[in-house]
Design a binder for this molecule. Structure first.
Ligand code: ZN
Length: 75
């Protein structure tokens, strides 16, 4: 494609003409839609791997060591 000349000679009037037809829909690669599509395909092919448990977990509930509490009725 790089060898195609940008100008040519009109077969009717023999004047130099400009190239009219170009490659279709090339040049939208930087759009937000294309970035979203690329990001979606990227996560589908190689999703990010979790290597550790998240840090923002709640602390465990306190456990009573009082022996009387174990004799209380359970809900
Ligand atoms: Zn012409």
């Amino acid at each position: 494609m790089s060898t195609v000349p940008t100008t040519s000679v009109c077969p009717v009037c023999a004047l130099p003409t400009r190239r009219v037809f170009t490659a279709p829909a090339l040049g939208h690669g930087g759009s937000a839609a294309m970035r979203a599509i690329d990001a979606t395909k990227q996560t589908a092919d190689s999703p990010s791997v979790v290597s550790a448990v998240p840090r923002d977990r709640k602390p465990p509930r306190p456990v009573s060591r009082d022996p009387r509490h174990s004799r209380l009725p359970r809900p």
